[in-house]
Every structure is written in C-alpha cells, then in structure tokens.
Design a protein around this ligand. Structure first.
Ligand code: GAR
Length: 219
C-alpha cells in the first residue's frame, strides 16, 4: 500500500461529463489510486470540459471533423494521450468509434462505461430498447475496449430494477446513478493493480462476491 504510483488517466468525452465528474470526485480523494492528467473532447462545447477546468485538469479539444479519416483522428488522440503521460484511457460518454489500430495499440488500457448490462443492448438508445424488450433488470457495464463495439471483457457491472411506470428518463437516471458508482470502482481496482485480463474474462484480485440475488418484481 502506498508504494504504487497513481495510475495516470486520460478521460475522453463528448458531452455532459457526469461520469467524468464522478471520476474527478474520486480522484480528489488522497487515497484514490488514480490521477486524471487530461480530458479530451471531440466536441468543443462539451459541458464536461467545464467540469475538468473547474477541477484544474488540462483539457484539449480534438475535433473529429478536422481529420480526413478516422485513422488520422485516432492518431491525433494517441499523440495527445501519450503527451499527457496517460497510462489508462477512460471513455466517458465518448461518442466516437475507435479504430482497430488504436484499440490494438492500447489493448488492455482503454475502458468504457456502457449504459446496459452487456452483452445485452450494445450500441445506442439502450434504455428505450430495454423498456421495449420488457427486461426486469437493466444496468451498466465497465469493460475493456476492443475493436468491436461494446464487446470487450467486462470489469464491473451493476444491475438496477426496471420499475412499473418507468420511462426512458427515469430508467436512465437510475442507471446513471449506478454508473457513477461503478466507473470510479473500476478505475480504483485497476489503479490498485487488481484487474487481470484472462482472454475474454477479467479477474479481480481480492474481490468479495456481491452476495444477494436481485429479484424484480417482488410479489
Ligand atoms: C452515459 O450514460 C454513458 O454510459 C453513455 O453516455 C452517457 C454519457 O453521460 N455512453 C454511451 O452510450 C457509450 N456508447 P455523461 O457524459 O454524463 O457521462
């Protein structure tokens, strides 16, 4: 304890940045084993940039529209992330697909938060699709990023109930609260050196089982 240096993190965003805020708040605690060294947005007026500035974290805008190809955009991201000295990249509402070249170069060092219990509901509009599918449990996942969309090894998941009368907004809010809990948890586990990739499966050293079964509805 106390000997391992904090893992240096780059956070990539495209918008509101509430997950970024959860990470900033976690990193502000002295015992938290990670430090955010830069926040990069592909959108110039993303509100998350304001959150980063308020926390005194360096920001950069890299507008994907300024690059002729996805490869060129990803090369600019790569350069900025390396220049900041980041060892771990956290996608936090970053709405661009990364190229296979990037995900290969950063294999095991890029993580994403997705608003569904993967492998269900990859892609967009996860809450609407969960409601349409009638699932009783929904949630969120933190996973390693691979070349395939929302497909990489799962690190932490949280489940929430889908309640009678939920609409997209109420369900999104319940899931978002869980996101803000598990994204810092995943970064903490990585920072503590407790996360190991074993093919498709992630092993976490010293983790306790969640224990209880979540049943919904209770009748
Ligand atoms: C979050 O719900 C995140 O899980 C989702 O976008 C939202 C960003 O909110 N990400 C994706 O859908 C990625 N495919 P935030 O900017 O407030 O963190």
């Amino acid at each position: 304890m106390g000997e391992r240096p904090d893992v240096k993190v780059a956070v990539l965003i495209s918008g509101r940045g509430s997950n970024l805020q959860a990470l900033l708040d976690a990193c502000a605690k002295p015992e938290f084993p990670a430090e955010i060294v830069c926040v990069i947005s592909n959108i110039a007026d993303a509100y998350g940039l304001e959150r980063a500035r308020r926390a005194g974290v360096a920001t950069q805008v890299i507008d994907h529209k300024a690059f002729p190809t996805r490869e060129a955009f990803d090369a600019a991201l790569d350069t900025a992330i390396r220049a900041a000295g980041a060892e771990l990249v956290c996608l936090a509402g970053f709405m661009r697909l990364l190229t296979p070249g990037f995900t290969k170069a950063w294999h095991g060092r890029v993580i994403n938060i997705h608003p569904a219990l993967l492998p269900s509901f990859k892609g967009l509009h996860t809450h609407r699709r969960a409601l349409e599918a009638g699932v009783k449990l929904h949630g969120c996942s933190v996973h390693f990023v691979t070349a395939d969309l929302d497909d990489g090894p799962l690190i932490v998941q949280a489940a929430v109930p889908v309640l009678d009368g939920d609409d997209e907004d109420s369900l999104a809010q319940r899931v978002l609260t869980a996101e803000h809990r598990i994204y810092p948890l995943a970064v903490k586990l990585i920072g503590e050196g407790r996360v190991h990739l074993d093919g498709r499966v992630v092993r976490v050293d010293g983790a306790a089982d969640a224990g209880a079964t979540l049943v919904n509805p209770i009748a």
